[in-house]
Design a protein around this ligand. Structure first.
Ligand code: ADP
Length: 380
């Protein structure tokens, strides 16, 4: 594939809003996509992902706000006036045309030689050279999606826009195509905006991930940052599987109290009183009797869910609060057992129970505190 002919494009969303009658599907969304970036928009069904993408594509009018590609204001330009290529979930292939014709259809602005070159290049990248004369019904789902990608690549667009392009594929093929999309993006370096409801897809593909809920942007950050430092309860519970536990606690004196445990919050300087303590299932650990642990507390297992490489314990504190623990397998733990657990003190999160805003991540302070202590005692 020939390199993209111009420098990768910046896409800027400046207070983008979309209203359908009385419904505000997208509300005052601001973010920039940097040149050559792979940005994923993720959120639950109906949160406004597709509407946002369609506004960027020019397929949907913008009610309020401005859109820029580099320095050019494109807010009012039609889809054909923006050099974007879109890939959809349902492939959108013409059934009576060959793969080759599907790829080249509508490329009348190029001469035949140029088109042939571009198809050849795209087919090579996508490994579909041998399939170009087949009709869509003679192709598997994965092959059809490759043809749809071929159509997008051939246009050498400024921006790729992808709307759930893998969700019609079975789980195994989805993982394979995910890898191929990442490779393709590395190869082409084209600015890409990708919509999905699947947080694993978002985390694995995105240079950065924009989380939307109810038409509103919650956070835009690299995947690890979203996982480690979620700005609010929605992001904390949406990113990560199984979801982060949210335990009602009472905070006094830099300590989160709950019936059954008391957890110190080093350097906490947020509000006192009732709060939500966020603790990921993978940050809670089963403690063997032979390995006593300072941070330990007890809980009763109500259900065990073996996943092969891990086991999920559904647990209850003495006051009946439920939470999940992701543990190593083969510990012989059964439902009804009372077990001892500990937690990673560097992975505690506190949220305001009313606004949902994050007020504390122990990783921001606890790790540093520990390093200082170790330096003082000469311990490493
Ligand atoms: P997502 O892609 O996150 O699933 P959408 O962007 O498709 O969500 O939709 C966001 C909201 O806007 C939903 O409540 C949906 O019902 C509504 N919506 C989408 N398209 C239209 C339309 N053409 N007319 C009216 N409401 C719409």
């Amino acid at each position: 594939m020939s390199e993209h002919t111009t420098e990768p494009t910046t896409v800027q969303l400046d207070g983008i809003t979309k209203e359908y009658a009385s419904l505000r599907a997208v509300e005052d969304v601001d973010f920039d996509v940097t040149p050559g970036e792979f940005l994923v928009i993720v959120g639950p069904s109906g949160c406004g992902k597709s509407t946002t993408l369609r506004m960027i594509a020019g397929l949907e009018t913008v009610t309020d706000g401005e859109l820029f590609f580099d320095d050019e204001r494109v807010t009012d330009l039609g889809a054909s006036e923006r050099n974007v290529a879109m890939v959809f979930q349902n492939y959108a292939l013409y059934p009576h045309m060959s793969a080759r014709r599907n790829i080249t259809f509508g490329m009348s602005e190029f001469d035949d030689e140029e088109i042939a070159d571009r198809v050849e290049n795209a087919a090579e990248i996508l490994d579909i050279t041998d399939l170009l004369d087949r009709k869509p019904k003679e192709l598997s789902g994965g092959e059809r999606q490759r043809v749809a990608l071929g159509r997008a690549i051939c246009r050498d667009p400024d921006v790729f826009l992808m709307d759930e392009p893998l969700s019609n594929l079975d789980a195994k093929l989805r993982v394979q195509m995910r890898g191929e999309l990442a490779r393709l993006h590395d190869e082409l370096g084209t600015t890409t905006i990708y919509v999905t409801h699947d947080q694993t897809e978002a985390m694995t593909l995105g240079d950065r991930v924009a989380v939307l809920d109810d038409g509103q942007l919650q956070q835009v950050d690299p995947p690890q940052q979203l996982y480690d430092f979620p700005q609010n309860r929605f992001v904390a519970e949406f990113i990560g599987d199984p979801a982060m536990n949210m335990l009602s606690v009472n905070i006094t004196d830099q300590t989160a109290e709950h019936d059954g445990f008391s957890i110190p919050l080093p350097e906490y300087d947020g509000f006192e009183g009732s709060a939500l303590l966020g603790l990921r299932p993978e940050d809670i650990k089963y403690v063997r009797e032979s390995e006593p642990d300072n941070e330990a507390f007890k809980a009763t297992v109500t259900v065990t869910e073996p996943l092969g490489d891990t086991v999920l314990f559904y647990c209850q504190t003495p006051d009946g609060t439920e939470f999940k623990v992701q543990s190593e397998p083969r510990l012989g733990v059964e439902s009804g057992d009372e077990i001892t657990l500990s937690y990673d003190p560097d992975r505690l999160h506190v949220f305001d129970p009313d606004s949902g805003e994050a007020v504390y991540h122990s990783a921001e302070t606890a790790g540093a505190t520990r390093a200082e202590q170790q330096a003082q005692t000469g311990d490493d």
